[in-house]
Design a protein around this ligand. Sequence first.
Ligand code: PCP
Length: 396
Amino acid sequence: MRSFHTASDREVKLGETTDIYFVRTRQVLNSKGLENTPVVAEVTANHLPENWPWGILCGVHELAHLFEDTPVNIFSMPEGSVLHAVDSRGLRVPIMRIEGPYGKFCVYETALLGLICQASGIASRAARMRKVAGDKQLVSFGIRRMHPCLSPMIDRAAFIGGFDAVSSLKGAEATETDPVGTMPHALIIIFGDQVAAWTAFDEVVEDDVPRVALVDTYSDEKMEAILASKALRKLRAVRLDTPSSRRGDFAEIVREVRWELDLRGFKSVEIFISGGLDEDAVKRLRDAGADAFGVGTYVSNSPTINFAMDIVEADGRLCAKRGKFGGRKEVWRCSDCMVDIVQLYSEPQPKCPRCSRKMASMLQPLIRNGKLVAEFPKPKEIRRYVLEQLRKLALE
Ligand code: PCP
């Protein structure tokens, strides 16, 4: 009897999370001897959520494991690549191409899309947060808003998107980092006294864990921040998770806390903010003097990037459905200008329309005849790749 309403790795690999119409399609193709019809299918996004000018591709490694031992070839943008919905001429950009006998992989379309739609949405919002936060610390606090079986994926996507740390044990494992957290209101409520709770935390928790005191449980943030700074010699920061009913002009509260701490010589005590943070709030509070942010729902509950997979060639015939562009394509990118050009596969390597430098092909071999042929960089390396690209991009 399963405890949670989730599918196991084995069930996903067996195609049991597919939509029934793919099972029936395979049934029809098998009965008519068409299951081995060779196709070229491409994955594109009609548009990006909230008019984002770009997104971050995430979920490719899991997708590769899904297709292992399936007789197909897959060419994909590497995990962590910036993606555009359309190229510099308005043509939709394929982020992935799958070539092979359609009947052998049709049941995987559902899982394929699920693996990249959600993770790419999270990584993209995380990357936008990264752009807004600048060099301020960003910690992923969002797994509590989502099904726990997804916590490693959510934290990994947030980290790859540019977050500095994640709060969950499994997320830290998936990113090969140390989990980061402060203290919950519950700790202070149990002690019934802020100073007693902070001091107990300081006595008991390992020395290498930064001391971040929560300063909004019972009274004014300014007063509790001063109290905590006086109580803990090694205090790294104070966390303000002020309930929305008390937030008012939160930026002004942050400025006030900063001023009063500096006034009393606690210049090294940082200000950590959490609760209901989105891009606008982080920008406002960063400018008000906040040093670190715990972001939850806004990233873990990101809109998905609604990728679609479409057959563009079948048995050598050009055959895209209405609204899609037929024929096998290549995606060329100028990694300096971050400009994309989509061309038919047979066309020669183009030059960047902006800087005239040679462009690089983005669709790299991932799977060849069911075998993994791509290296899987570690999450830290993928994150570095994302940060390099973000330096060349504007938020709007
Ligand atoms: C929440 C908890 C989450 C934060 C806020 C994420 O505070 O710390 O990590 O919030 P968001 O989803 O709105 O971005 P509480 O609910 O007060 O929980 P706790 O006392 O455990 O910190």
